[in-house]
Design a protein around this ligand. Structure first.
Ligand code: ZN
Length: 214
């Protein structure tokens, strides 16, 4: 995270990070660690430190609060992310956005590919870009492959809001921020979101701000 221990061995850096207490500090956009991409996880931390690191990601995600957190967001360049969404939203929002509850999951070495041609466009935000949201059109369904925290193979199709979450978090592991894929004219402050764009879909925002939806 731009500190003097940047070049210390990975396990030492992760131990120091965790010894600093929870929740961890979330890195904000502008820090190169969010742009460098990550190494595949191949057991570098060992089982005990991996378990501590995953728990730290979970605590930090919940404290934020957020629905996903990727290792680079806490300054660690490993291909690991966590997701969890209790989806406390009104019924009409749940239906429009496919925002069904997503139980806690650990994604190790995730990769995704679109399933079908359908795209879905909604406002999304990022814990590393606090204060702002923007509309991102993404594949409506994706096949996610990788492993879980125990090394068990993961191969699953995600739809609705969970599909958006796994794409957003996997993108972080490739050094991609949601803003790279967003409709620039949709960029809205949290205040504007709360005052104007609480509708289940971004159609009104598209008309008023002048951007296209798929
Ligand atoms: Zn993010």
């Amino acid at each position: 995270m731009g500190t003097s221990n940047e070049h210390a061995p990975l396990t030492e850096r992760v131990e120091q990070l965790l010894d600093g207490g929870l929740p961890l500090t979330i890195v904000a956009a502008g820090d190169p660690v969010l742009r460098r991409g990550t190494e595949p996880y191949e057991g570098q931390l060992g089982p005990a430190l991996l378990a501590r690191f995953v728990e730290a990601l979970r605590v930090t995600m919940r404290a934020a609060p957020g629905v996903g957190l990727a290792a680079p967001q806490v300054g660690v360049e490993l291909r690991i992310a966590v997701i969890e969404d209790p989806a406390p939203v009104p019924e009409e929002v749940r239906l429009a956005r496919g925002r069904m509850p997503q139980p806690f999951r650990v994604l190790v070495n995730p990769a995704y590919e679109p399933v079908g041609d359908a795209r879905a466009a909604f406002f999304e935000g990022c814990l590393s870009v606090p204060g702002w949201q923007a509309v991102v059109a993404r594949p409506a369904a994706v096949r996610l492959t990788g492993q879980d925290e125990h090394g068990q193979a993961l191969d699953e199709v995600f739809e609705g809001w969970p599909a958006r979450i796994v794409q957003h978090e996997t993108d972080h592991l490739d050094g991609v921020l949601y803003l790279d894929r967003a409709e620039p004219r949709s960029l809205s402050s949290n205040l504007a979101m709360a005052e104007r764009w609480t509708q289940p879909t971004p159609q009104e925002a598209a008309r008023a701000l002048g951007f296209e939806l798929p």
